[in-house]
Design a binder for this molecule. Sequence first.
Ligand code: SAM
Length: 332
Amino acid sequence: MHYLNLINADIKREEITAAHQARQRWVNQKKKGFLRYRRPFETLATFTASHLDCTGDTVIIGDAREVSTKEKATIQNCLQQFMPWRKGPFSVFGTEIDAEWRSERKWQRLVDHLPDLKGKIIADIGCNNGYYMFRMVPQQPRLVLGFEPSVQHYYCFKALNAMAGCENLNIDLLGVEHLALFPNCFDVIFLMGILYHRPSPIDTLRDINTALTPGGTVVIESQAIPGDAPYALFPEKTYAKVPGTYFVPTGKCLCNWMTKAGFVDVKLFCAHPMSSEEQRRTPWMVFESYQDFIDPEHPDLTVEGYPAPCRVFLTGRKKSENGCFSTKPCIK
Ligand SMILES: C[S@@+](CC[C@H](N)C(=O)[O-])C[C@H]1O[C@@H](n2cnc3c(N)ncnc32)[C@H](O)[C@@H]1O
């Protein structure tokens, strides 16, 4: 966990190390559920890409000409072990991975609203296979730490980055609940696709606030319900067939949550309806997708009869130490 060496903040190092070691003891067991991902990771980690391009919509790791036909087949077979691929697109030594989500669209919506990432310490909470972490690389952050408790996604990212060799990207099998161990640590925290899965969203936002450096920025993307009133939907069982969905807010409701949790300069900069163009079944994700979650006769409703989801994007900042709220210089 060499990432701790890149962090100067006064974080709870012993507790982080203990949590990390406990998760490593767990994941290093010789159990089928871990080996099914560890083995393809170990094979993929024997390949090193000469060519890496994270500037375009597709994250390109390695060129097809760098490997033999046999090696290309091995790589493709190992990549398939990480199915279903939710986030992408990636191109890995010539294998094109068309994931369920067109993640490049989310990145395009937010990239112009980001603070300067150069030299920054960043957390991506629920980073999945690291698609957005790779997209941050061209901006030269000092460290992007992915928090990701899923073993499948953890090994998928590790495999991709073993081939890509980005030393400023790292991942740990931690969850958003570990953020309290990192007070005043991160210049920027990405919290995307997470908040509606939290039973206590305001507590999560407070934890984010605590983990930011004074003046640091949170970038939030969330499923939302349409509307301008400050309400949240609390589904009885599932929302769009997804269990573990707690509060689905309107954009305005989420602004209010952020303000109550202590953020300043809260801005909602994008809201858009979801569509089956952006989330769909592909050869790399062969299960149900967006169109199966929506009432076919009433596309503005989910199969449960709730308002169909939209997505909202917000930024907010932790108060600076001098209490300055705005990005303009504060004159005291
Ligand atoms: C809906 S996906 C969002 C992925 C990505 N952030 C994005 O915006 O596309 C939720 C991710 O959070 C991860 N996750 C699940 N429980 C978590 C937890 N307690 N803390 C952090 N991430 C978690 C899941 O494994 C999954 O990768």
